[in-house]
Structures are given as structure tokens and as C-alpha cells.
Design a binder for this molecule. Structure first.
Ligand SMILES: [Zn+2]
Length: 259
């Protein structure tokens, strides 16, 4: 395995949000903390990128404390990856256009100063394919346009790329035999929180929307359940049951950042 510090010394590059002032109240944003820092291998060299989060310091602003990050820094590489998007693009070109093997891709990357190994070249190629699958076609463009209009804007993030059992050790995960559940539209799958479960890559050519609904006993409800949930059924106290319109009214008041 390649060690985390394999990239060695690299020039530090600091990124701050493109916005200088709070978009809501206009007060100058203040440096808050380091959102993330990592070394990134790009086609033009290795950099040690520091993404600095800035926040609105105005206590009279409805968005006080909201942190902003640099869009430019986010566009350098995928989350949890130390290879730049430009490297992924090159890997895609070498594989798709030039039909190179993973061994050849690894060799070509190493020649260009991008340290990698054959096995990891395969991972980079898979990431390229994931990005390709997520690229916008007309159907996705239209779905996103409708959703954006409905919500006044959306933030897209790439997740589920590291498919697997998050939270389980490699040894525990290896001892499992995954079982895929084929479902039709409208089907509901119920399981408890002790069942290891995972999402696999989206193999279709459309966006996958997912929704999970959680339920628990009111007697030992979690804090988020108490704050954001509602009583669906209660034999002991039927009067505490919440109707859908009542819950919707409550839902609108829940802080968007809290769930
Ligand atoms: Zn503000």
C-alpha cells in the first residue's frame, strides 16, 4: 500500500472562499479554521493544498456561523483522493482512447512524476468511469433543473464512490457474503440498524434518488428522533400521535443543517 506521506515535500497553497463578504448581510467573512489540507498529485506537480473556511461573524445575520470554502480548491480533486481530476482525465484517455493496460497506465503516470502502482491505476480508472457515469445527459439536466427550480438551488456532492461497508473493519467486511436485493419501484425494504448494509455503484445511465426513513420506539428515542421525528402510533398515549399536516408544519421549522 502507498503510504500517506509518499508524496514528500510540496509547496503549500492556501485557498480561501471566492466570496469576501457574507452573501446575506455583506459583512466581511472572517477566517475560521482549516476545512481540509492534503497533498494532491496533479499533472503539473504536487501541491499541499490548504482549504481555509471563512464564516460570517455578524451576530445579527441569520446566517452567522455559516462556513464558506473555496470552490477552486474543491475542484482540484475528489474527496479522499490525492490525485487531481486532471490525472483522472489522463487515465481515462489512456484507457479509452489508447487502450492501455493498467500496468502501462501506472508506468506512464510514474514517468510523469505521479507515483502510483498498477492496482491503484485500476482504482483511478474506476473513478474516471464513476465520473463519466455521473456526467450530465439531457435527462439528468432536466431532472436537476426541475429540482433546482423547486428548491431555489441545490448542492451536488459525490458520494458512494467508496462503495463498501463504511464503519466495518476490512476483516469483518471480508467475512460477509453480500446479498443483492432486487426491488421494483414502490417496494420498501425494512431492516434494523445492526444489519451491515451498503450501496453499490449506480450502473444505470440515470440519477439514482434515494430516501431512507427511520423509525424507533418513543420510549428510548434518540435526540434527533425527538427533535425531528413524530409519533406515528402510540397504544399507551393515542393522543400523542401526530397527523401528517401537523408534522409537516413542524418539519418546516426544523433547522436545515440539523438532519
Ligand atoms: Zn452574514
Amino acid at each position: 500500500m502507498l503510504s500517506k506521506n509518499r508524496l514528500g515535500a510540496a509547496p503549500k497553497v492556501y485557498f480561501r472562499p471566492e466570496m469576501v463578504n457574507c452573501p446575506h448581510c455583506g459583512v466581511k467573512l472572517r477566517r475560521f479554521h482549516t476545512a481540509w489540507k492534503k497533498k494532491i498529485s496533479t499533472l503539473t506537480g504536487i501541491i499541499h493544498a490548504w482549504s481555509m473556511a471563512y464564516l460570517c461573524p455578524n451576530t445579527n445575520c441569520a446566517h452567522v456561523g455559516v462556513a464558506y470554502k473555496s470552490a477552486e480548491a474543491e475542484m482540484l480533486s475528489m474527496k479522499h483522493s490525492s490525485y487531481g481530476y486532471d490525472v483522472l482525465c489522463l487515465v481515462g484517455e489512456l484507457r479509452f482512447k489508447q487502450h492501455r493496460t493498467c500496468k502501462e497506465i501506472a508506468d506512464l503516470l510514474n514517468e510523469r512524476g505521479i507515483a502510483t502502482r498498477e492496482r491503484y491505476a485500476q482504482t483511478l480508472y474506476e473513478r474516471y468511469q464513476t465520473l463519466l457515469a455521473a456526467s450530465l445527459d439531457d435527462y439528468v439536466r432536466q431532472s436537476l433543473a426541475e429540482t433546482t427550480a423547486q428548491h431555489g438551488g441545490i448542492i451536488l456532492s459525490m458520494d458512494g464512490v467508496e462503495s463498501g461497508f463504511v464503519g466495518l473493519s476490512k476483516e469483518d467486511a471480508a467475512a460477509l457474503t453480500p446479498l443483492s436485493i432486487e426491488m421494483d419501484a414502490g417496494d420498501v425494504l425494512c431492516f434494523n440498524h445492526m444489519l451491515p448494509h451498503r450501496a453499490a455503484s449506480n450502473q444505470s445511465d440515470t440519477v439514482r434518488w434515494s430516501m431512507d426513513i427511520r423509525f424507533e420506539k418513543t420510549t428510548d428515542a434518540t435526540e434527533s428522533g425527538k427533535a425531528q421525528g413524530f409519533v406515528a402510533r402510540s397504544v399507551a398515549d393515542p393522543a400523542s400521535e401526530t397527523s401528517y399536516p401537523e408534522w409537516l408544519k413542524k418539519w418546516v421549522g426544523i433547522d436545515k443543517g440539523s438532519y
